[in-house]
Design a protein around this ligand. Sequence first.
Ligand code: ZN
Length: 349
Amino acid sequence: MPFRDLAGHRPVIGLLTRAIVRGTLPPTLLFDGPPGVGKWQVAQAVAAAVNCLAPIVAARAEDGSGEEGAAGSETRIDACGTCKSCDRIARGVHVDVLALEPDEKSSIKIDPVREVLERCNFRPFEGKRRFVLIRDAEMLEPQAQNALLKSLEEPPASTVFILVTSVAGVLLQTVRSRCMRLRFGRLTEDEVTGVLTRDYAIAPAEARAAAALADGSISRALAQSSEDLAEVRQTAQAFLAQIVGSDDVRQKLEVAKLLIGAKPERTREEVAIVLRAAQSMLRDLEVIHAGADLRVLANPDLQDSLTRLTRGAGGDRARRAFQSVDRALMALDRNAGSKVVAEWLAMQI
Ligand SMILES: [Zn+2]
């Protein structure tokens, strides 16, 4: 997929395309950022833009932001998406774009790495530059990382290595230090919604609801089937409705159990998903309370019940609750126990 069809990451993509145009693309790159935000697609788009037989070169940004003013007339490059080279890269059969991916045991062993490195001793066969793309690079076994080291230090002529990972810290320090690191952020809810509706034909309302819980990750949004999603939202809604109506400590602790679930209890990640659903509802409460344009609601189907909730938790209380949920999510992220977090949160709202 060419750069222009990818969601988000405009600063990183801008950096990469400028480097391609100027011929200064570093031979060893590390793409680091949350899972499911499109790092791998950007790596493929780099390989495609460099090797495209009819690249599209434009004098300013694709998004029409008219950046040419301050920065001078900036040249951007993108793959055409239709030539022989683009087609082969998209199908994963381009002889000069080599992908290393984890095997079924979730590891990248030394043998496939050696094989790929051997091929790097030759000049590119049909492309301008050879690319070695390593997906989930944190799965590289230590010996495989050591085998890579020399090539990262003195990359073979015409070869670019791109290591893609969401946990760069797991890689050997020696590997990390030999790569130029580019950090990817989370996607916005709008960007996730856009990809779900355009690339996965998910209905807009469902896409928005899934995006609200996905923490900026496409894969996370997709992982939730619509059934799960309905259950998660129901739980979040019930939690908010009951907690707002209650001032009794014992009752609040009882409501906290809703978040944990029973038989089986939710995992920490599942509790976080419910909390993100609650958060998107609290944001909607503020929108309704402020009398803002209701078209921006993330949960338009819940408008009536959320409006009822604003009577108990409009304005300040909703805002404070939102912040408490935020802190609860951070605590879960740091591996705090779900029960402790749920009870703490129930007391805060
Ligand atoms: Zn092309």
